[in-house]
Every structure is written in C-alpha cells, then in structure tokens.
Design a protein around this ligand. Structure first.
Ligand SMILES: [Zn+2]
Length: 553
C-alpha cells in the first residue's frame, strides 16, 4: 500500500488521550492514518512523500469558534487606525487616504480606540480631513463608529428621515446635534449605505482573510453572523463563501451562523427558520450552516453591555439589544425551528436574559436526534449563580481571553474592582463541567492570532500589565485544547477533527516551539512553520517541500 504522506522527525502533540505524543504522522486521503512513535511505517506500507519537520512541534490545526472572516478580509483594505497616538494622527490618516479617492467616495477606517486617542473622532474634523466625503470609522470594539456629516446626510439622519434600528443610538450633544458617533445597531445607518456588498467583493475579502488564518495555523473557523443585522455583509453572504470554496480560495473550513433577522416564519412550522427548511448541520466539513446568532446586548468597552448594576464609571447600566420579549421569542422560535442558538451576551443582565430564553426553549425542542449545543457568545460578566445555570442548562460559554489583553483595562474600569474577577472567566467554567472553546471575535477588538489567544488564556494580563481574575487562568495544554479539541466539539466535530488520531482529519500545524513547554511570554511569538488542512498545505508548503493547497499531492 502507498499512502500520501509521512510527516516525520516531529514532536507530535496529538491531544488524543489514548496516544498523547508521537514522532510522526501518517496521512492518507486527507485523514490521519496513524501517529507513530518510531517513524517506521508498518511492513508493506510506503509513503509517496516523506517530509521531515526538523524536530518541530506538530499539533492539531487551530480553530476559532467565533470570528468574522468576510468582515476581517474587508478591514484589511481599510485605513488601519489601531495604535495611533492621538486624534490629529487619525485625521491625518483619513486625509491621506481621502486624497487618493474620488470626491464622492467613501473613506473607511477601522480599529480606532477612543480611550487611547483621548476622545472620539469629531464629526466636523472628519468633514475637513475627508474633504467633505463620507467618512466611516469603526471603533475597535465594533460596537461603535464615528462618521462624517456626509454619512449622516446620506443616511437621512440630518433631515430626520432615518429610522434608527432597534438597539441603536445616534449620539447627540447637549444641543441635540448628532456628534457623528453611532452606537450598536445604529451603525447600520452608515453600513447600509455600502451594503449589500457584492458577492465578488466578499469572495475576495474571504480569500484574503482565510489566507491570513492559514498562515496563523487555523484550519477551521466559525463565522458569527452572516446575512443580516449590522454585522451581516449581504443577504447573499453564503454564496460568497461557496464561491470562495469553489475557487479554491477558502483556506480554512468554515461554519456559518445566520444572523437572527434572516430567520422568519416558514410554512409547515414549527418555529422560525430559513427557506426550504435549511438548518444547522447542512453542508460538509469544509462549509456548513451553523447556529443562529442573536445579540442580547452590546459591549463593555463601549458601555453598551446590559448590566444589572450601573457601570462603575457611568450613571447607566447599558441596555439590551431589543425588547426582552422580542429577544426571548427569537430564541424560543429558532430552537423550535431546529436551530442551535448562539446568543451574544456580555453584561450580567444580558447573560440572565439569554439563559431565561434557553431555559424556555429547552421545554419546546425540535424533535431532532441530537440535542443542540447552544452557546453564550462572550459570556463577559458571569456571576456564580449564572455559572450554575449555564452548567445546568448545558449552554457553552464562548469567551475571548484575548479581550483581557486588548481591552482588559477598559473592561475593568467599566465594571469596577468588585466585578473585575467575573470578566471572561475560564477555569471556573471548566470546574463547573463546561467546555470552553477558544475564539477571537476578529476583527473586533484586535489581534486574532490563535497563539496570542492561548497566551492570554494562560496569563490573563491586560496591556498595562494587570492580571484580571488570576484564578481563572488555565495551563497551556488546557488552552491548546480549547483551541483545538473543544472548538471542534462545539461545532459537533469531536469524532472527526480537533485531535490527531486515526481517522481524524489531517488538520495540523507545524510550530517552531512547544506551546506547553515554552515560557508563557513567548507563546504568542512561536513561529507557525506550516499548516495542513486535510493533509494539504495551506501555509508553508515550500518550507516542507509540499505542493501548495489545491494541487494534487
Ligand atoms: Zn463577534
């Protein structure tokens, strides 16, 4: 027998309890045939290609359980506003980009941080910098944006003809004049002027994004909101992913979460769904329909998360994304219609509201063969009582440890010292018997590199050096499991990928160092030497001497 590939001279961390470490991986037809201890193939078996990893570490491919690929791909072409020192630098960056554009063209930037800049961008300053063009700048949290006067005019805000979407706020000054800052769903007033993006443009964005993912060792991601709402890119968004796949430009496997507004009553009931009765699970390991995504609230950094008690530095306690009854019914109706639900809930009030809905939905289930694995996206502030309910309901928290580094100081200021240890918990969830799949929420907030996420799970350090919830830290192997085994589990793939075991997908990463043994400070800088998805190189093909992905091996 001749097999496709033998990857040898490797330190293989399988994350398979039956066989934790090995020296070589035998791959055939996209799957792991065996992990070998001695690099010797059984008698009568030879490999068409034998590749030496030079002693490098091999782990299962990384998985990001919550990110936004098309959006991230688009942001790669926008003015990068992260890390600018002050507002003048931001206005200069806008002016520089605007100078190269047509007089009526949109100027789009992303990643600004009002705290670092000393304030939000001002509308009239954006008018000057953009030469009167529509300027749309997205906050790093993705829950706030700042726009120029021309955007407000086109959107109908200035003449009062705009309908502000539920859950959105057009911020005004003391005179009632719009400042140009739009919160949460009101961001659609700007975004809708450009949406829906064309399928072609989105396909290109998905290709750029997933190429970055592959270079960072990712082999699977879940897209947390397509098709509608202020996060959706187009009602035809699924078509862009499908086209990217057909073109060979989808460098990772993808699950897609339709945003709640695209679900509707479908004749033949029960519950709410998509046309033709489309449900999660349809598709294959490369591209598949995932859960329904719904927003119960906003974010801590923008003080739009829904809290039981006011923010420590504000007079208010944030707000829910819609009327509680509407959100509740949306979850129950979706579950009745056969949907797994991914509820975005950051503030403790939003967490409780989402859990109420899950509790109600549990008694009106779809007659499916498999119980749905509902998810609480972010789970930003979870007290012990809510934690017990999460565990009892079997709802999986999807926190983003990297937020602690990127915006941890701002989040801690938002909730105050007493609640700071409840931020983005991890070890407590595990102790309660829950799994904690890793995710980044890229491009929201910041760096989506999976190794930087692992470092944050281990260290829980903010950018200023403060450690938030030290008791919630986990060891590096647990963090690695979150990024592989547990992220595969939440997608329902625990028997087919996420570990390096016989019969599992040959999704793996070759790393320059061992995540579980290197100094914690260095985890985020470990080199991603190569990435294989289904046994084919999506990154580092030249280093390993393999044909690039898409070519027959
Ligand atoms: Zn998100």
């Amino acid at each position: 027998m001749e097999i496709d590939l033998l990857l040898r001279d490797a330190d293989v961390l399988t994350l398979d309890d039956a066989h934790p470490r090995g020296r070589a991986v035998a791959v055939h037809q996209g799957r792991v045939l065996a992990v070998l201890d001695d690099e010797e193939l059984p008698a009568g078996v030879r490999a068409r290609r034998v590749v030496g990893a030079g002693g490098a570490t091999v782990v299962p491919g990384f998985d990001d359980a919550h990110q936004h690929a098309a959006w991230f791909g688009q942001s790669l072409a926008e003015i990068p506003l992260a890390g600018l020192p002050d507002l003048d630098a931001l206005y200069d960056a806008v002016a520089e980009r605007a100078a190269g554009l047509a007089p009526d063209a949109f100027v789009v930037g992303s990643g600004y941080d009002d705290v670092a800049l000393g304030g939000s961008p001002e509308r009239r300053a954006l008018d000057r910098a953009g030469g009167g063009r529509p300027v749309w700048l997205k906050h790093r949290s993705a829950h706030v944006c700042a726009v120029s006067t021309e955007v407000l005019r086109r959107a109908g805000v200035l003449d009062g003809s705009a309908a502000v979407p539920a859950g959105g706020v057009v911020v005004v000054d003391d005179d009632g004049d719009p400042t140009g800052v739009l919160l949460e769903a009101a961001q659609a007033l700007a975004g809708d002027l450009l949406r829906p993006y064309s399928v072609e443009d989105l396909t290109d964005a998905i290709a750029s994004a997933t190429a970055v993912f592959a270079a960072q060792g990712l082999t699977h991601v879940t897209e947390a909101g397509i098709g509608g709402g202020w996060i959706g890119r187009s009602p035809r968004e699924l078509a862009a992913y499908q086209l990217a796949r057909e073109r060979g430009d989808l460098a990772v496997r993808v699950d897609l979460m339709p945003e709640t507004s695209v679900l509707h009553d479908v004749p033949g009931g029960p519950g709410r769904g998509l046309d033709l009765g489309l449900r999660p699970g349809l598709g294959d390991l490369d591209l598949r329909i995932g859960p329904m995504k719904i927003f119960f609230d906003g974010a801590l950094s923008s003080r739009t998360a829904a809290m039981h008690e006011p923010f420590a530095d504000r007079e208010h306690a944030g707000y829910l994304g819609d009327d509680p009854e509407v959100l509740h019914a949306a979850v129950v109706e979706a579950v009745s219609g056969g949907w797994t639900v991914a509820a975005h809930a950051i503030g403790d009030r939003a967490v409780d509201a989402a859990l109420d809905a899950f509790e109600d939905a549990a008694v009106r289930p779809w007659p499916g063969v498999r119980p749905p694995r509902h998810r609480l996206e972010h789970a930003g502030v979870v007290g012990d009582a809510a934690l017990v309910r999460l565990a009892a309901l079997g709802v999986t928290p999807i926190p983003q440890a990297r937020f602690l580094y990127e915006i941890g100081d701002s989040m801690a200021a938002a909730v105050g010292d007493e609640r700071a240890d409840l931020l983005y918990r991890h070890a407590s969830f595990l102790r309660a018997g829950l799994r904690v799949p890793a995710s980044s929420d890229r491009p929201c907030v910041g760096d989506g590199h999976p190794l930087r996420g692992i470092r944050s799970m281990v260290q829980r350090r903010t950018s200023s050096g403060r450690t938030l919830g030290p008791d919630e830290a986990v060891d590096a192997e647990t963090a690695l499991r979150a990024s592989t085994v547990d992220a595969a589990w939440i997608a329902g793939d625990e028997d087919v990928r996420g570990r390096l075991a016989p019969g599992f997908a040959a999704d793996l990463v070759v790393l320059g160092d061992d995540v579980t043994r290197v100094d914690h400070d260095r985890i985020g800088d470990i080199e991603v030497v190569a990435t294989l998805r289904g046994g084919r190189a999506t990154h580092g093909a030249d280093v390993l001497g393999l044909p690039p992905d898409g070519e027959t091996s």
